[in-house]
Design a protein around this ligand. Structure first.
Ligand code: GLY
Length: 347
């Protein structure tokens, strides 16, 4: 009896160790995607939910089509992420957040699990699809990472689509940065003792920055894994700030021996904890499952320092899972038979 109680107690303890906000392990997955940690549930509207679900479904469809046509995991990643970059509802490409200075600076990376080749771009302002630029860096340059003007000149020379920076202007992201500017101005005025009589007596708490990102992990018929991530970064970031998304080993990693990973969350922490590489290292050296590794990093290490975020993982056996310490994670996955799941919060 005592032994049973102890066993039940230990099971409950183990189950409560993590937020349990990750998804179950799903086998036979060929493509998994995320659209970032998204809005807090209280800010989600039915209209927005429809748009987010449509964006994720379209991305899964585009990526799966590539695989069905015999394309590689890299083709699937690029196709799925391009769809999410083109959709203004997600924080990547078209829907990118604004910097403190009111500009859009985009980051992206891609990694091939077979060769461990990788490419990334950071702080780009005119490349319509940064994920395609990242792939071009990987395949058509001798470098891994290009930033700013250099990346833009390279993308232009590669014939990638270049747009006016205004292409990335969206009303909802402009409203978001405008609200932050207002709050910062009010804080500043308060510090100087300049509150005018129209300002509220309560100090407005600064809006939580938006850490949205999009990403994908895939495996093709040859068993080759790939991963990619793209983002507008963090709302109100300083110009020139680069997060984890274009950093190989932080926001993105893939190797055929273990798994493919794409992350979303507070980039500074994901860089410091080398999150995606930490996950594959745990699988490789600690001999734990992908699920155990991702839970340890997201709900153990990162949660321990109050770093918000999530990761999606596809292991070499086609088993897909996620872990998050955030309320939501826009995500979806599709199996080789075309069985699709799209989820935003606990479902
Ligand atoms: N994870 C996206 C960023 O921090 O830029």
């Amino acid at each position: 009896m005592v032994r049973w109680c102890l066993l039940i107690g230990m099971t409950i303890l183990a189950a409560n160790q993590h937020s349990e906000a990750g998804d179950e392990v799903t086998p036979h997955v060929v493509l998994g995607i995320h659209g970032g940690i998204g809005e807090d549930k209280k800010d989600m509207t039915p209209e927005l939910e429809v748009k987010v679900r449509a964006a994720l479904n379209a991305a899964l469809k585009a990526g799966k089509l590539k695989l069905d046509e015999g394309g590689s995991s890299l083709d699937a990643i690029e196709a799925a992420i391009r769809v999410m970059e083109d959709d203004p509802v997600l924080n990547a490409g078209r829907g990118a957040v604004f910097t403190h200075e009111g500009r859009n600076e985009l980051d992206a990376s891609i990694m091939d699990g077979k060769t461990k080749k990788a490419g990334s771009v950071a702080s780009v302002t005119v490349i319509k699809n940064p994920i395609s630029a990242a792939r071009a860096v990987m395949e058509k340059s001798k470098h891994v990472m290009l930033i700013g003007r250099g990346a833009e000149v390279f993308a232009t020379r590669q014939g990638l689509e270049i747009v006016d920076p205004n292409y990335f202007w969206t009303k909802h992201q402009w409203d978001s940065i405008s609200e932050i500017w207002k709050q910062e101005a009010a804080e500043e005025a308060k510090k100087k003792g300049n509150c005018d009589e129209n300002s509220t007596s309560e100090s407005p708490s600064l809006r939580k920055p938006h850490f949205g990102t999009v990403g994908a992990v895939a495996i093709d018929k040859n068993g080759n894994l790939a991963a990619g991530t793209s983002t507008g970064g963090m709302t109100n970031k300083m110009f020139g700030r680069v997060g984890d998304s274009p950093i190989i080993g932080a926001g993105t990693y893939a190797e055929n021996e273990t798994a493919a990973i794409s992350c979303t969350g507070h980039g500074e922490f994901f860089i410091r904890f080398a999150v995606s590489h930490e996950i594959v290292s745990q699988i490789k050296y600690k001999k734990v499952t992908a699920k155990e590794a991702v839970e340890d990093v997201i709900n153990g290490q990162l949660k321990g320092v109050n770093a918000e975020g999530a990761a999606i993982v596809l292991d070499k056996h086609g088993q897909f899972t996620t872990a998050r310490n955030s309320e939501g994670l826009y995500r979806g996955w599709i199996t080789s038979e075309g069985k699709t799941q799209v989820r935003l919060y606990d479902e």
